[in-house]
Design a protein around this ligand. Structure first.
Ligand SMILES: Nc1ncnc2c1ncn2[C@@H]1O[C@H](COP(=O)(O)OP(=O)(O)OP(=O)(O)O)[C@@H](O)[C@H]1O
Ligand SMILES: [Mg+2]
Length: 312
């Protein structure tokens, strides 16, 4: 194909997305009608050619049970996460690029009780929340005059005015992390994803990204706020066979030791298997309030029923 034909093709592909490419907006990240993501960069940002990337959704799981059948996590871990989401714990999904963060976040959302009103904020629509009362919002690029941009921070702030019972942020990459923390800190349950190479690295990122907002925000505010507002980190990664798997589920006790947020392993990977570790999640009373027996959901290490070991 010639450069001109490719440019025409990209223009046609973008037509349905409401996004555009020109000298003032040389990057575009758009959702295609089939759910795949199109990313394009044009010269002179690239040296010579237009660079086009399509991230296809080969698989779309919609529930934790589907992830169990794919071998992404165990039944035991899935039952625990379902209970934690139903109990309103604040869950952060972490993982590397293409590790399956968005898919896992979507599946966790399927465990939100249907009576809840959910407001979601995303860079580009990706989540498909299978719930009756959902308001989904995505960011907007600036117009030709350079005005009208709606960044993620604004969406998170507006979401708080929309009477949500739960807030979902697709991914926090920058200072919107501060707005998310403020929302969670105000008592609104929420979930989001973050790019990190381990659950503990995700905690560190949650503590540093808000500093990007400037606004006189320092560690003294952020570290205890992360400790008290974030309850669980679910870390997913691709294993040596290329299979996406949940590797760790870590709980944040709410305490800070020195400058470090205290964490406890609830599930961990041993010999390539996701197994129960020693730790417990915070807020056991929230499980009890729902009539859930946390001790039974989280039976001690090594005492899982054989049926619960299925799904490895
Ligand atoms: N548990 C899974 N098992 C198999 N394939 C999966 C699983 N989760 C996601 N995928 C596939 O992996 C690809 C990446 O998934 P997803 O978009 O959820 O990852 P991500 O970490 O959010 O990616 P990005 O870094 O682009 O945001 C998609 O094609 C998706 O269909
Ligand atoms: Mg993603």
């Amino acid at each position: 194909m010639t450069a001109g034909q490719i440019a025409d093709l990209v223009e046609r592909m973008l037509r349905t997305s409401g996004r555009r490419l020109d000298l003032s907006t040389p990057f575009v990240d758009a959702l295609m009608p089939d759910g795949s993501r199109l990313h394009v960069v044009i010269p002179d940002i690239t040296r010579r050619h237009l660079a086009l990337n399509i991230r296809k959704f080969v698989l779309q799981a919609h529930s934790l049970d589907e992830l169990v059948s794919l071998g992404t996590l165990t039944v035991h871990a899935a039952r625990f996460l379902e209970a934690a989401v139903a109990a309103g714990l604040n869950v952060i999904v972490s993982g590397g690029t293409q590790a399956g963060k968005t898919t896992l976040l979507n599946c966790l959302c399927a465990a939100i009780p249907p009576r809840e009103r959910v407001v979601s904020c995303e860079e580009v629509f990706e989540l498909k929340l299978p719930l009756p009362d959902v308001v989904s919002m995505q960011t907007r690029q600036p117009n030709l005059e350079g005005t009208g941009e709606i960044p993620l921070r604004r969406l998170v702030k507006e979401a708080l005015r929309m009477r949500p019972s739960r807030i979902i942020v697709g991914e926090v990459r920058q200072e919107e992390c501060l707005d998310l923390l403020i929302a969670l800190n105000s008592g609104l349950p929420g979930m989001c994803s973050i790019h990190a190479n381990s659950a503990r690295e995700a905690v560190i990122k949650l503590c540093t990204l808000p500093l990007l907002a400037g606004e006189n925000i320092g560690h003294a505010f952020v570290v205890p706020t992360v400790a008290s507002s974030v309850d669980l980190i679910v870390h997913t990664a691709t294993d040596h066979l290329g299979q996406r798997r949940v590797r760790e589920i870590v709980g944040l006790s709410g305490r800070v030791e020195g400058d470090v947020v205290e964490t406890a392993d609830i599930f961990t990977t041993r010999e390539d298997r996701l197994v129960r570790a020693e730790g417990y999640p915070p807020h056991p009373e929230r499980f009890t309030r729902l009539g859930l027996d946390l001790a039974a959901v989280l039976c001690p290490p090594g005492q899982e029923e054989p049926s619960r070991r299925a799904g490895h």
